[in-house]
Design a protein around this ligand. Structure first.
Ligand SMILES: [Zn+2]
Length: 351
């Protein structure tokens, strides 16, 4: 791997920093996002209007169940809302938010820089491309090398003329089944990782076999698995055997949906969304297996109903309410700090 000029540093939206200053970090969040790509209209004329209503106390119960069938819920477009919500994380002792709003989800470099200044939080901006449904048509004929050029420019020089630089390549979206253009965007992410020393973060489709297949391809293309994050572990990997095999690759495993406690999973109704207690079961299994140094934590806030001012848990949920559960269940303070501070610091440091 080529030594990059930012080797040994983490890249925030305000520039490179000493990774030792990052503090407790949430490694998969969206301060701002236009997530309408996952919108599913409610079925039947009598229900169609629900999709168009603003989130309110009257429809919050319905939205918590059908969170991707409300257009208003899928749009986090208000910078002031993001700032006041992110302050809850800062006030709880948080240090860094990794915003993996990649291309296709409305990434906004200058707004992220303003949110960082207003809150005092480090914000690390994502890069690369979300799932195929958001890819531009020219990706059909583009090569992975061509797609990688812009990802590399975003890291080395900043996005467009903003001067705001990507600090992590992700979330890089893969659907189940994995599409042709998504193979190119993952390979492009790997090319950019080799060139710049940046971490890569993957969003896998909902298929238990897929994360391992993706990591095998990343390794084949020359990527560094110990600098690659597999996301959404809890809603993708249900068997302990598969979890163990995935951990043995050496990749970081992100339990990034904390606070999402509604078991009905509209994107995969045949499956289910685990709750926080089940996330902790999986994490305690990994601790027993000796994989604590690969575990990362986050909420993946991507809709209004997860924010406090819309009746949600907010960005302080893990620190304020999950950590006490961890302690009560016997996870040590040292292991908690490792997941909140040490692992993200190592993950975000450029090689
Ligand atoms: Zn996400």
């Amino acid at each position: 791997m080529a030594t990059s000029p930012i080797a040994g540093k983490a890249m925030t939206v305000l520039g490179p920093v000493d990774p030792g200053t990052l503090g407790p970090a949430m490694t998969h969040e969206h301060l701002l996002i236009d997530f309408r790509v996952v919108f599913q209209p409610p079925e039947g004329a009598s229900q169609a209007g629900l999709a168009l209503e603003k989130l309110s106390l009257e429809n919050l119960g319905w939205i918590r169940h059908n969170w991707n069938s409300s257009l208003d819920n899928l749009m986090l477009l208000d910078e002031e809302v993001a700032i006041s919500e992110a302050r809850h994380f800062f006030n709880a002792g948080g240090g860094t938010i990794v915003d993996v709003t990649s291309n296709g989800l409305g990434r906004d470099p200058l707004a992220l820089a303003r949110i960082s200044r207003a809150t005092g939080l480090n914000v690390v901006m994502g890069g690369g491309h979300y799932v195929g449904a958001t890819h531009p048509p020219e990706f059909e004929s583009a090569s992975a090398e061509e797609i990688a050029e812009e990802i590399i420019r975003d890291i080395e020089d900043g996005v467009g003329n903003t001067g705001v630089r990507t600090g992590i390549i992700g979330e890089v979206g893969v659907s189940a089944p994995w599409t042709e253009t998504e193979r190119k965007t993952v390979q492009a992410a790997v090319i950019a990782q080799v060139q710049t020393g940046a971490p890569v973060l993957i969003h896998p489709g909902r298929d238990e076999a897929l994360p391992l297949q993706i990591l095998e391809a990343v390794a084949e293309w020359g990527g560094e698995l110990s600098h690659t994050v597999m996301g959404h572990i809890e809603r993708t990997i249900y068997s302990r055997d598969a979890l163990k095999r995935l951990a043995e690759t050496g990749a970081f495993l992100n339990f990034d949906l904390f606070g999402h406690d509604s078991s009905y999973y509209p994107l995969a109704p045949h499956s289910y969304m685990p709750n926080d207690a089940q996330r902790l079961d999986q994490i305690m299994f990994l601790i027993d297996q000796g994989h604590i140094d690969q575990v990362l934590l986050a909420h993946d806030v991507c809709s209004k109903h997860r924010l406090k001012q819309y009746g949600g848990h907010g960005w302080d949920h893990i620190i304020a309410r999950v950590v006490p559960q961890m302690l009560a269940r016997g996870i040590s303070r040292g292991h908690i700090d490792q997941m909140l501070i040490d692992n993200p610091r190592r993950m975000l440091t450029f090689a």
